[in-house]
Structure formats: structure tokens, C-alpha cells
Design a binder for this molecule. Structure first.
Ligand SMILES: Cc1cc2nc3c(=O)[nH]c(=O)nc-3n(C[C@H](O)[C@H](O)[C@H](O)COP(=O)(O)OP(=O)(O)OC[C@H]3O[C@@H](n4cnc5c(N)ncnc54)[C@H](O)[C@@H]3O)c2cc1C
Length: 409
């Protein structure tokens, strides 16, 4: 084979897999359909866990900003909850471009080859084993292990034969704004409201004059989606309304889709493995994928090294990656929040999720909100939610049962 490892995609999952695999000395090729690593969106709000996996320091140039507070607010009623410094722990916004370049540089320094403008169409299979990919029409690349790090609409996943029932996607758009005035750079904001639907609007300041304004929304049904203003229209509206943004300039726009239904049923097979969004490795409630992608990339790279040492790229060998990943704490959280989100989206088909969000927002305690936002809700947080929101849980349960009855899921 030409390469040990062939990675499709330079999102956080692909870059982390490449960086670690290169350190292990694996002969690695990366294919990316865009022109540069910095063209892809990497996500931004992370905790200390992401920095540890990325091996960067909190005060370094790779960090765009650090927050002292997080505020959750209803755009309709003004109901508000604030998580202050005592509870917040560490919450950072990454300097996306620098982090992407850092991972690419580390991989290149250890011999990894990056080929841009390389759009993968399908995997190549020989005797039920994936042995590489076809890209840009007639081109082929071959490797012992092909990694699908090509996001929510993964060609590797689809053509290798992986399935994803219950695939629930959150669609998001993010603007980088400049020329803002007097923004509180120490606070990150999350907003819910009837314009937003099942999701949230966020405002992450990079400084007093630079802000990332974004929106993510799950289409609970076609009808619900069509009744809502478009994502761009919501951004335009709140760019005029939110403090300090009125005369700001849009410096960049990016977007994408994030899976919210938990891990897909199977993400490793003979000669192939999926990582990141492609495998559903995203914290479902908030759509946080950076830390989970970094973590998954490190696990996969380690198993790629083992497979190379053992010269074994069989299904049994690569399933060891999937099994180890599924046993991790992050996978546990992804699966549980995925199930919860699936129930909520069903509920939202027939009921008003905003009412539930409003009630939650007006009663939720700061510690639990913080745990949810950070994607770190543990058993005690879930128990608190169940205790404090039993009426809502029961309502959601009723809506969920109704959804099941109607849709047959
Ligand atoms: C608007 C928005 C904001 C977000 N904010 C946050 C946040 O604040 N915190 C957080 O933790 N997470 C956030 N996320 C989620 C996070 O960005 C994703 O979970 C993460 O980027 C997934 O990484 P990935 O590497 O699996 O896939 P992706 O980032 O989707 O990368 C896939 C890569 O594969 C390439 N590709 C796709 N198809 C092909 C092909 N056929 N051939 C070759 N290349 C291909 C793409 O160009 C891309 O570079 C956000 C997501 C969105 C959309």
C-alpha cells in the first residue's frame, strides 16, 4: 500500500488524527476538498479539556478569549440566567486559524502530506476491504486504513456502507464581526426565542470590538422549519438589536451541520474508520464537537499505530478503536444527550419547545446550566434536572409518546 493512513477531511477530527498519527511515525496522506485548512469551520467555545488535548496553554496565542461569565437569555421575555466566575471554570474561545495551522504544521513536521482541492467521491473496496478512495474524478489514493473525517455528510461513511438511522442534524451559521462598539468581552451569551426555534443564538466576543455571532437550529419538522425566519434573517435582525453590534462589519461567514442524535450504530470496519461528526461524536445538547473530535482523533491515531504494528487492518482489529471509544466518558455523555435530544426534537414537532425553554431558563440553577453548556453534565446534574423539571419532563414525555404514535419511531 502507498500509505499507512489516508485521512479525508481537515476539520478538528481529521487534523487531530493526522497530528497524532504523524507523531507515531505513520506514513499519512490527508485529502481535503477546500483550498486550505483555515477554510473549514472548527467551532470555537471550548473548556480546558480541549486545550489539554491540543497541548496549548490558556495564555498562548492559540486562545482568542477567556470568559468570566456566561449568560443565557430569552429574546422574547428577557428572562435571564448568569453563570459567574466562581462556577464557570475555564471557558475559552479558540483562535481558530492559529489552531488549525498548528495541527497541520505539527503533522507536516512529521512527514504528513496534505493535498487540497481533493474532493473524495467514494471509497475503493477490494474483497470487502476498504483500500483507499477515488477523488477529483479519476484520481485514486490507497492506504491500509482509510479514515472518514469528512463531516456530517461523509462520502466515506456513505460509500463504505455505514448507516445512520435517527440522523438528527443541527444547521448553523457563524459570522465573524468587526467594528463592534463597547462589547463586554468577558461574557459569552446564549439566546433562545421564537425566532430561533429549536436551538440557540450565540454571541462570543473576541474583544470589545470583535464578536462571533452565530445561530444553530434543528429542524424538528419541515413545517416548523418553514414557519421560522431563515438563519441569515435572524442573524441580520439581532445584529441590529444586540448591544454594540449595530454598525459592525461582517468579516467572515461560515457554517455547517452538526449531528445531534448521538453515535452512529457502527463506525469501524475492514480497512476503514470514521471520526468526528461523521461518526456522530458530538455533544448533542449544545452541538459541541471540538473537544469530542480532538479526543476521538487521539484514540483513533493510537489504534492506527497498533494496527500498523500488528499489520492487521481487519474489521476485528479496527473495531477495537470503536469499542474503546464507546467505553469513554465522553461517549457516555454523547449517547445520553443524543437520546434526550432525539426526544426533545420529537416533542417539538407537535408542541412549543420555546415555552419549555423559557420555563427551564427561568428556573434553571446556574451550576446545572453551566454543566449543560460545557457539555459536562454528570449524573448529579441530570438528577437535578429531573427533580426540578419533573413537570416539563412529564410534558416532554407526553409529547414524545404522541410523536412515537404518529411517526411510528
Ligand atoms: C456554526 C457552528 C458553530 C460551532 N461552534 C462550536 C463551538 O463553539 N464549540 C464546539 O465544540 N463545537 C462547535 N461546533 C461543532 C464543531 O464545529 C463540529 O462538531 C466539528 O467541526 C466537527 O469536526 P469534524 O472534523 O468531524 O468535521 P468538519 O469540521 O465538518 O470537517 C470536515 C472536513 O472534511 C472536508 N470534506 C467534506 N467532504 C469532503 C470530501 N468529499 N472530500 C474531501 N474533503 C471533504 C470539509 O471540507 C471539512 O474540512 C460548531 C459547528 C457549527 C456548524
Amino acid at each position: 500500500m502507498a500509505h499507512d493512513l489516508l485521512i479525508v477531511g481537515t476539520g478538528p477530527a481529521g487534523l487531530m488524527t493526522a497530528e497524532r498519527a504523524a507523531e507515531y511515525g505513520l506514513n499519512t496522506l490527508v485529502l481535503e476538498r477546500r483550498k486550505a485548512v483555515t477554510d473549514s469551520l472548527m467551532g470555537e467555545l471550548v473548556t480546558m479539556n480541549a486545550l489539554k488535548l491540543l497541548r496549548v496553554k490558556p495564555g498562548s496565542e492559540y486562545i482568542g478569549n477567556k470568559y468570566k461569565a456566561i449568560v443565557g437569555e430569552s429574546l422574547d421575555t428577557g428572562a435571564k440566567i448568569s453563570v459567574g466566575e466562581g462556577l464557570l471554570g475555564d471557558s475559552f474561545i479558540l483562535d481558530e486559524d492559529r489552531c488549525q495551522e498548528l495541527m497541520r504544521n505539527r503533522a507536516e513536521a512529521n512527514g504528513t502530506e496534505f493535498r487540497y482541492k481533493s474532493k473524495v467521491a467514494s471509497v475503493i473496496k477490494e474483497r470487502a476491504q476498504v483500500v483507499g478512495v477515488r477523488y477529483n474524478g479519476a484520481d485514486q489514493a490507497r492506504a491500509n486504513l482509510t479514515v472518514g473525517a469528512d463531516g456530517s455528510f461523509s462520502r466515506v461513511s456513505e460509500t463504505a456502507g455505514f448507516t445512520h438511522p435517527k440522523w438528527l442534524l443541527s444547521y448553523g451559521i457563524r459570522w465573524k464581526l468587526e467594528n463592534c462598539k463597547g462589547v463586554d468581552a468577558d461574557t459569552a451569551y446564549f439566546y433562545v426565542g421564537k425566532d430561533i426555534g429549536l436551538g440557540y443564538l450565540w454571541l462570543y466576543p473576541r474583544s470589545e470590538s470583535e464578536v462571533n455571532l452565530g445561530i444553530g437550529r434543528v429542524p424538528s419538522s419541515k413545517k416548523n422549519w418553514e414557519n421560522l425566519p431563515s438563519l441569515i434573517d435572524v442573524l441580520k435582525k439581532y445584529k441590529k438589536i444586540l448591544p454594540g453590534l449595530r454598525n459592525s462589519k461582517i468579516a467572515a461567514q461560515n457554517g455547517g451541520a452538526v449531528p445531534c442524535a448521538g453515535l452512529i450504530p457502527k463506525f469501524a470496519d475492514a480497512g476503514v474508520a470514521l471520526v468526528g461528526n461523521a461518526a456522530g461524536q458530538v455533544s448533542s445538547i449544545v452541538g459541541g464537537g471540538v473537544t469530542t473530535c480532538f479526543h476521538a482523533g487521539t484514540v483513533l491515531a493510537r489504534h492506527a499505530k497498533r494496527a500498523v504494528e500488528e499489520n492487521d487492518f481487519s474489521k476485528n482489529s479496527l473495531m477495537k478503536y470503536e469499542r474503546e471509544y464507546r467505553r469513554s466518558k465522553l461517549a457516555w455523555s454523547i449517547q445520553n444527550t443524543g437520546k434526550g435530544f432525539w426526544a426533545i426534537s420529537k416533542y417539538a414537532r407537535f408542541n412549543d419547545p420555546i415555552k419549555a425553554a423559557e420555563t427551564v431558563l427561568s428556573q434553571l440553577d446556574a451550576k446545572t446550566l453551566n454543566a449543560l453548556v460545557q457539555g459536562q453534565a454528570g449524573v448529579s446534574d441530570i438528577m437535578t434536572l429531573l427533580r426540578d423539571f419533573m413537570p416539563i419532563v412529564l410534558t416532554i414525555g407526553k409529547g414524545y409518546l404522541k410523536s412515537i404514535a404518529v411517526s411510528g419511531f
